[in-house]
Design a protein around this ligand. Structure first.
Ligand SMILES: *Cc1c(COP(=O)(O)O)cnc(C)c1O
Length: 380
């Protein structure tokens, strides 16, 4: 080793072979991997060495995608920079220029925008219909349709998709299916077990769980994941090692969090159903034996002043997201569904009295009390 300062400072390193048994997976915060000689380099291209360049593949993103694939009972997975890029990669794996997809009209606001404002630049045609009645979906299928796209539990009204029916319809027409399972999580629902080809997650939500990382995961059939991975790599939609590591760390408590959050949501939903200041409570009746999820959407009654309600929530903050360990509220008309036209909003039932509650892990009675108090303070 040279004794010159500038050379020493970049070449002084721990012997990595001596620290390989760390209890936790280290963050491989490295853009690339080195090779001992040309044979070693060649062995990457022969498939014997997995890592070359982190945009293409990295141990932390592998660990995350393999974890979620295992939880979803899927053959393979790929981690991406966000839920949105996972959705795009999944769509591009099954639709090419000239193809057509049929999507549910009540998908997440960002997805709505992607489908309606961006996919035409890829030459992909989209029809959005209500998936409430599969007859609608069937009628929207055309000669060039390749994909049916929906969410297992929709936002904000928590409509539970008839996944079995949809898969059957897709099979009858030789189409692929893709389901956004963000709200349900694999703890509650595993669409792959019902025959869905691709399952997508905004891991920013429950999988990460701590509101400190933006990431996405796409899992499903091996051949489709291979195609999607090519898109992720080429479009640069890969997840960074640190974000993958954070997401993976969050995922370890997914079951514990969902159990608590889902239980809290159920208790709150039944309390609010008895409250006259709430016109309507939207909470799914049956998502799985393990629970019905941690989102409750309410429509406030006319007696409640909406502005005052938001001001009276105490430690429950307004946040344009969901799924954190803290209970938060969001206002779809001003956030997730802001980009929609009035007509589109009306069609899916979003008005100025609709509020989405994302229930956290706090003590059940504290959450119930906080909402009852806010309702009381804001009634006129
Ligand atoms: C948040 C969300 C997305 C988008 O995910 P990002 O991580 O924000 O890109 C997609 N689908 C659903 C259901 C979401 O809640």
């Amino acid at each position: 080793m040279s004794s010159s300062f500038d050379t020493k400072v970049v070449h002084q390193k721990l012997n990595q072979k001596q620290v390989q048994n760390s209890k936790n997976t280290p963050i491989y915060q490295s853009t690339a991997f080195t090779f001992e000689d040309l044979d070693h380099l060649e062995s990457y291209y022969e498939g014997d060495v997995p890592y070359l360049y982190s945009r293409e593949r990295n141990p932390n993103t592998d660990e995350l995608s393999q974890t979620i694939a295992a939880l979803e009972e899927a053959e393979a997975g790929v981690a991406t920079s966000s839920g949105m890029s996972a959705i795009l990669a999944g769509i591009l794996a099954v639709a090419s220029p000239g193809d057509h997809i049929v999507a549910a009209d009540d998908v997440y606001g960002g997805t709505h925008k992607l489908l309606n404002a961006e996919l035409d630049t890829f030459g992909i045609e989209v029809t959005m219909v209500s998936f409430q009645d599969l007859e609608n979906v069937q009628q929207a299928i055309k000669e060039n349709t390749t994909l049916l796209y929906t969410e297992s539990v929709s936002n904000p009204f928590l409509r539970v998709e008839n996944v079995e029916g949809l898969v059957q319809l897709a099979k009858d027409h030789g189409l692929a299916t893709m389901v956004d399972n963000t709200f349900a999580t694999p703890y509650l629902l595993q669409p792959v077990l019902k025959g869905v080809d691709l399952v997508v997650h905004s891991a920013t939500k429950y999988i990460g769980g701590h509101s400190d990382v933006t990431s996405g995961v796409l899992v499903g059939k091996e051949n489709l994941i291979q195609k999607a991975t090519q898109k992720v790599v080429t479009l640069g939609a890969n997840l960074s090692p640190f974000e993958a590591w954070l997401t993976q760390r969050g995922a370890k408590t997914l079951g514990l969090r969902m159990k608590q959050q889902s239980g809290n949501a159920k208790a709150l939903a039944s309390t609010l159903e008895e409250n006259d200041l709430v016109q309507q409570v939207y909470y799914p009746k049956f998502v799985s034996e393990r629970g019905n999820g941690a989102i409750v959407t309410i429509e406030l009654s006319q007696q409640v002043n909406v502005e005052t309600f938001f001001k009276s929530l105490g430690w429950v903050k307004i946040a344009p997201t969901l799924a954190g360990v803290e209970t938060t509220v969001s206002y779809p008309i001003r956030t997730s569904h802001r980009a929609l036209s009035d007509a589109q909003r009306e069609q899916i039932g979003i008005n100025s009295r609709v509020i989405r509650l994302s229930i956290g892990i706090e003590e059940t009675n504290d959450i119930i009390q906080q909402f009852e108090e806010a309702l009381k303070q804001s009634s006129e």
